[in-house]
Design a protein around this ligand. Structure first.
Ligand SMILES: C=C(O[C@@H]1C=C(C(=O)O)C=C[C@H]1O)C(=O)O
Length: 352
């Protein structure tokens, strides 16, 4: 990692953009270093490079391959600890505020406005000392099955995260994605019981993907939902794969999938306006997506590999802003949803 971090430190000093990332279950860290400080935006996902997209429909930033240098590292990491972690306690004000927001979401569902909405909050924590290399290494070590990244642009800021959720992998006309939703803490048990509320919440996502990709695919297969672990949390997941038909292209698939009901809600547009009007803060890149665009940096093949930006934080000089949310349905309880966000906040707190 030393020479990779030499390059990172050089880039940070010169205020130049870079991204470091490691794919789920991979041992290789890839670094992409843009050699000027322009902000480039993707035009219809035709470029090759690395994209970083916000939650709201808007400008998708790309680090273009032809303007960047690439470096690899294969760090030796100690094995992760499974210790329970209490973390810094959030403010009681935050709790009241978030529970009132969840209640408002439940009321809107009862009134028939939508059937699911994903509501979130952000929490700032002081970081008097921050060692990027140490934090990044702890993230790799703790979350071997996540997509781990650190992204920086001098005109946007620094973001870091360890997300369990793939948005889309596409190569030629083949693609795969997932429906991930439903959360409970991992308690070391082999047998896991899921309530109907979580099953329903996850089914919404699978159903949405199946219905909405129908017109641009010629084949699609779905696994049964199964339990998957992300750090100290468990989720329900369905794997989805298929073949895109000739009416399709990357932009069309992304426009359908992003933002999925796993991070926004159903129907998408009403849920999204409810979020924008009521959450009371700007999600920016949280619940956006990021990843390789039209280029697999390991194999140099043409493929795209995007992840949803979850379990992430925005880093400022002496502060980190953590982001976490949860799916609200008619059977949600504000207190339980609050606890879920507290558990999700530990993903980043644990490595700081
Ligand atoms: C919104 C987040 O996670 C999403 C919401 C989940 C849920 O509601 O159970 C589970 C996984 C993610 O799709 C987050 O981590 O902030």
């Amino acid at each position: 990692m030393n020479s990779l971090f030499d390059k990172v430190n050089q880039h940070r000093k010169q205020h130049l953009p870079f991204v470091l990332y490691r794919k789920p279950n991979s041992k290789t860290v890839i670094g992409l270093f843009q050699e000027n400080d322009h902000l480039y935006f993707s035009k219809d996902f035709h470029e090759k490079g690395f994209v970083f997209a916000p939650f709201r429909n808007g400008d998708v930033i790309v680090f273009p391959l032809e303007l960047s240098s690439v470096k690899f590292a294969a760090p030796h990491l100690a094995s992760a600890s499974d210790e329970d972690f209490a973390g810094i306690q959030p403010d009681s004000h935050d709790k009241e505020h978030f529970m009132a927001l969840v209640q408002k979401g439940i009321d809107a569902i009862d009134q028939g406005l939508f059937s699911k909405v994903v509501l979130s909050r952000s929490e700032a924590i002081a970081l008097p000392e921050f060692d990027l290399e140490a934090v990044f290494e702890r993230m790799l070590q703790q979350y071997s099955t996540a997509f781990c990244y650190c992204w920086f642009h001098p005109k946007v800021g620094m973001w870091m995260g360890a997300t369990p959720e793939k948005l889309l992998y596409a190569k030629e006309n083949k693609f795969n994605t997932m429906a991930l939703a439903g959360t409970q803490p991992f308690q070391g048990n082999d047998v896991v019981f899921w309530q109907n509320k979580e099953r329903e919440e996850q089914e919404f996502v699978t159903h949405f993907i199946s219905e909405n990709l129908k017109d641009i695919t010629s084949e699609m297969t779905f696994s049964s939902p199964y339990t998957t672990r992300a750090g100290n949390l468990l989720h329900l997941k369905t794997d989805i794969e298929g073949v895109l038909n000739t009416h399709s292209n990357l932009k069309k698939v992304i426009d359908i999938l992003h933002p999925t009901p796993a991070v926004c809600g159903l129907p998408k547009l009403v849920a999204q306006s409810f979020i924008l009007e009521n959450e009371g803060y700007d999600r920016e890149y949280y619940t956006g997506f990021l990843g390789e665009l039209n280029h697999d940096f390991n194999t140099n093949e043409m493929a795209s590999d995007f992840y949803v930006n979850l379990r992430c934080m925005k880093l400022e000089k002496d502060k980190a802003h953590l982001y976490m949310g949860c799916g609200i349905t008619k059977n949600s309880h504000p207190e339980a949803e609050w606890e879920e966000t507290v558990n999700k906040s530990k993903t980043m707190k644990r490595i700081l």
